[in-house]
Each structure stands twice: as structure tokens, then as C-alpha cells.
Design a protein around this ligand. Structure first.
Ligand code: GDP
Length: 479
């Protein structure tokens, strides 16, 4: 696993962040400058969304702090710790701004870890008043440390953990790819499985974070009540009635399901005017918290307007997939079309929606679409079943040996017009789940054309039944 060390002067909140990342309160965190309770470097398995890495709390290096300078315990210890570390999080206290000791930490990092570019995190940002001026000032001050743009977090409240996730994800993914590249010699035809960890927990059994989203009045709250089978969420005809963010937890077939910031999100979608509006930017952040997104559409409106999705709905669907979340489309209020005079509408809507979705979101095929009536409790089980199924597929992990057997079959069953056009893939492996992410290793410097990547994506979807799951395929060349 990649390793990240948390560094910073005393009392900036290193241990608090460490505890948050390992999700266990195993170390004491004191808030008085004279208490340096953490003497040794602690190590833990960090979990941040679907990211897993080793985290080190460098607070133990501070034991000499009282002697006037910091972080110079022994050169051996420093060298030892840093030789095992690929990433560093440089914590500062936003309330104090850049402190002289922060500059010393920066110098120490440059000297002992010249190969690591730390991520500067301004901690305790919950204490900043909302004014954007204060944040802008803090950011420009933190930039003077010379490590680029800082991120704003609060280890105590969890603020900014999404931003930390977004910052770390590409770095960790790149590191893993590099690791795979460097260890490619271990990949022989009979030993590919060494990368698949059979002891890993079955992630599909972990709690599922579900977001029910859509424009105001499409029936999200009604659907929510139907799913919960009790009147927990306020429902009414006024646009935007559901104002406050709600956190709901329930059980479905033995699995815990959390509903993610549903109300806050739908408000913003309702107000959204265009793709560049702030609401959409904000909604993207919320998307990061959901595993599966159920996008609710209004059947009656579709029948009236003959358009399945508004611009806002298309944007949300695309963002969901771009962010790597599972997507389920729920067409609600079908009861309004079931009357005799409307029977042709039912057929039209049921035909038009899949066609239009395929046209406006061509990059992901087989997105599940359910036609329901939340008011009449029709389709409740289908929705829950589909959400659980989408989540399971989103967590899918395919063993490397199986994938390579599959690859050989796919290549042989496809008839290539020109044999030279056949993708030159040496082997194929899954580097992560949630969403399933694969790497195709090609020979020499050959770059696979987009058509090959599309072919692989389509074949994976068909053969492993992954409709509605945003599969990612990266490529690396093996020289
Ligand atoms: P939200 O803003 O998306 O949460 O929408 P609500 O759940 O508050 O519903 C808005 C209105 O649509 C309410 O008057 C609901 O009773 C009505 N509604 C919701 N679902 C259905 C449905 O399946 N059929 C019909 N006929 N009306 C529905």
C-alpha cells in the first residue's frame, strides 16, 4: 500500500486527522501546546472513501520540540520513516496562519524528502467564518510555503474530506500503476493472482450510500417514504418543500443503506440554470459521497413534453458517471398514465426513455431504467433490488487470471477485419473496485486507440453484466 505521512508543527491537529483517517480513537489528542503525548510514530490503515493507504502520524517526531527546534530527533529515524513514505500531508493551523515553525517544517521536508511534494492542508477551517475573504487570505498565505495550493479541512468535523479524497485519488492511482509496471515481471501466465487479495473484505456487504436526486416535485420524497415504508420525510405539492438536509439510514435485506444529502442536493438541482452554474459544481461534490445515484424523472412530464430528460437531468446523469458512481434511472408517476385514454402514452414513455438515454449518455450502455409509481407503492422492491444490484456490480473485483482468460476469449471470438488491427494487449488487470478500474498493458510504446478501449469496455459490460456501471480502463506500456 502507498504510505502517507502527516507532518506539521505541534498542535496543528495531526493526531486528530490520523484518528479520523483510521476511524478509531486509539490515540490521545490534546489541545494544549505543552502536551506532547504521542511519542512514537503511529501507523494505521487509512480509509478515505474507497481509498486505502498506510498513514503515519509524525507527532512522535516532536519530542524535541521543547528544546527550541522541531523535528530533529535523530537523523536515522527521519531517514527510516521517509524512506517508507511516498506522500506527505503538511498540516498547518488556519487560525494561526503561516507560523515560523511551519517554515521550519517546510525546510525540513525539502531537506529530508526532496522527492515528495507535500499536500498542504489548512486544518481547523471549521473556525473560519463563512466569508470568502478569510479563506482567500488564508490560501494565499499558505501558498507562501512554496508547495502550491492548499486544501481546506477540519480534522475535528470532517470538513474537506471530499477535497482530500479528490486530491489523493489520482496520486494514489498513479502510484499503484507505477507499482504494477515495476512489478510486471511477477506477472507470468500462471502467477497473475498475486495481485488479487483473497482475504480482502467483501466490499459489496458494506453500507451503501444512496442518493435520490431529481428536480423538485418529481416524487423523490414520496419514493423515499415508500422505500422506508413510513412517513418520515415531509411530502407536499409545493416546489422545493424539502428544505433541510436529511440523513436517513435503513436496512434492506440485511444491508445498511444511508441516504446521502438528498434534500440539499435536490434543492440545488431545482435552481440550476446551466451547466456552468454554481449549483452543478456543488452537486458534484455531493456526488462523491454517494455510491449509487437514483435519478428520478416524472413520467407525466415526459408524456406531455415528449422529452425524457431536461438539460439539468442530463448533466446530473453524466456527472454521476464521470464521478464513477452507479446510476439507476427511476421514471415515477406512471399511475397517471395508466388510465385508458393514456395507454398509448405508457407505451411511448417506456419506449422513448431508453432510446433518449442511450442518445444523450452514449458513453455508458445498459443504464437500468425502472417505471414506477411511488404514490401507489408500485415498484418499491424493483427499485431496492436494482440499487443493491448496481452497488454489487460497482464493487465487483475480477481476479487477474480470470480476466486474462476472458481477454484471450474476447480477442479470439471477435473477427478483426485486419489482423494487424487487433489490440496488442499483453495482459489485463483490475487495479481497484468501486468503480471497477482496469489497466491494459500493451507492448512497446503502442497506445491503444479509443476504439479498442470502447471495444474492451463494451465486452466487459456484456460479459460481466455491468450495465449502468462506469467502467474505467487505463493503459500502460511494458517495454
Ligand atoms: P419531491 O420534490 O421530488 O420530493 O416530490 P414529492 O415527493 O414531494 O412529490 C411531489 C408531488 O407529487 C406530491 O404531491 C406527491 O404526492 C406527488 N407524487 C409523488 N409520486 C407520485 C406518483 O407516483 N404518482 C402520482 N400521481 N403523484 C406522485
Amino acid at each position: 500500500l502507498p504510505t502517507l505521512i502527516i507532518v506539521g508543527r505541534p498542535n496543528v491537529g495531526k493526531s486528530a486527522l490520523f484518528n479520523r483517517l483510521i476511524r478509531r480513537r486509539e490515540a490521545l489528542v490534546y489541545n494544549t501546546p505543552d502536551d506532547h503525548v504521542t511519542r512514537d510514530i503511529r501507523q494505521g490503515l487509512a480509509k478515505l472513501g474507497d481509498l486505502r493507504f498506510t498513514v503515519l502520524d509524525s507527532a512522535g517526531l516532536e519530542t524535541e520540540a521543547t528544546s527550541g527546534s522541531i523535528l530533529h530527533r535523530t537523523a536515522t529515524l527521519t531517514a527510516n520513516v521517509l524512506s517508507k513514505t511516498q506522500f506527505a500531508l503538511f498540516l498547518i493551523d488556519v487560525r494561526a496562519g503561516v507560523h515560523p515553525l511551519d517554515l521550519e517544517v517546510g525546510k525540513w521536508l525539502r531537506k529530508h524528502a526532496p522527492g515528495i511534494k507535500p499536500i498542504v492542508a489548512m486544518n481547523k477551517c471549521e473556525s473560519l467564518c463563512d466569508g470568502s475573504d478569510a479563506i482567500a487570505e488564508a490560501i494565499s498565505e499558505a501558498r507562501t510555503l512554496g508547495f502550491g495550493d492548499p486544501i481546506a479541512i477540519s480534522a475535528e468535523t470532517g470538513l474537506g474530506m471530499t477535497v482530500l479524497y479528490e486530491t489523493l485519488r489520482p496520486l494514489l492511482e498513479d502510484y499503484m500503476l507505477q507499482f504494477l509496471n515495476n512489478n510486471r515481471n511477477l506477472h507470468d501466465s500462471c502467477g497473475l493472482n498475486h495481485l488479487d487479495n483473497p482475504t480482502e473484505v467483501d466490499e459489496s456487504k458494506l453500507p451503501l450510500q444512496l442518493a435520490i436526486v431529481g428536480r423538485p416535485n418529481v416524487g423523490k420524497s414520496t419514493l423515499l417514504n415508500t422505500l422506508l415504508q413510513e412517513e418520515r420525510v415531509l411530502v407536499g405539492p409545493e416546489v422545493g418543500l424539502t428544505r433541510d438536509s436529511i440523513r436517513v439510514e435503513f436496512q434492506y435485506e440485511g444491508r445498511t443503506i444511508f441516504l446521502v444529502d438528498t434534500a440539499g442536493w435536490m434543492q440545488r438541482i431545482g435552481k440550476e440554470k446551466g451547466p456552468s452554474s454554481l449549483s452543478i459544481v456543488q452537486s458534484r461534490k455531493n456526488l462523491m459521497r454517494a455510491h449509487v445515484v437514483a435519478l428520478v424523472l416524472d413520467a407525466e412530464e415526459i408524456a406531455k413534453t415528449r422529452r425524457s430528460m431536461t438539460h439539468a437531468e442530463v448533466v446530473i446523469a453524466r456527472q454521476t458517471l464521470e464521478e464513477g458512481r452507479g446510476l439507476v434511472i427511476v421514471v415515477n408517476k406512471m399511475d397517471l398514465l395508466y388510465g385508458k385514454q393514456n395507454s398509448t402514452s405508457v407505451k411511448k414513455v417506456m419506449e422513448a426513455v431508453p432510446l433518449e438515454i442511450q442518445t444523450v449518455i452514449p458513453q455508458v450502455t445498459g443504464i437500468p431504467i425502472l417505471f414506477i409509481s411511488a404514490l401507489e407503492c408500485r415498484g418499491r422492491i424493483a427499485v431496492m433490488h436494482q440499487v443493491a444490484d448496481t452497488y454489487k456490480k460497482w464493487c465487483l473485483r475480477l481476479p487477474t487470471a480470470r480476466l486474462n482468460r476472458w481477454l484471450r476469449k474476447v480477442m479470439s471470438r471477435h473477427s478483426w477485419k485486419d489482423q494487424a488491427a487487433q489490440p496488442k494487449i499483453k495482459y489485463f488487470t483490475q487495479v481497484k473496485a468501486r468503480p471497477p478500474t482496469f489497466v491494459a498493458f500493451t507492448g512497446g510504446k503502442t497506445q491503444l486507440p479509443d476504439t479498442d478501449i470502447r471495444f474492451l469496455t463494451k465486452s466487459l459490460k456484456e460479459d460481466f453484466d455491468l450495465g449502468g456501471i462506469p467502467i474505467r480502463i487505463m493503459q500502460r506500456s511494458v517495454s
